[in-house]
Design a binder for this molecule. Sequence first.
Ligand SMILES: [Zn+2]
Length: 58
Amino acid sequence: LGLSFKCADIGMQCGFETKAENREELMKNIATHAKEAHNITAIAPDLMMKVTAAIKQA
Ligand SMILES: [Zn+2]
């Protein structure tokens, strides 16, 4: 059991996909990727809502 997230699911032209055992770990992976690949250093509330909605049970 775990959680997964795909950047494409929030409308990004991006093939990034990540999995983690819990939400905290997953958000850490997403934050690192957002910073390195999309130059997003702070995830705004509206983006956070999209991300939350796109998280799936893996
Ligand atoms: Zn991405």
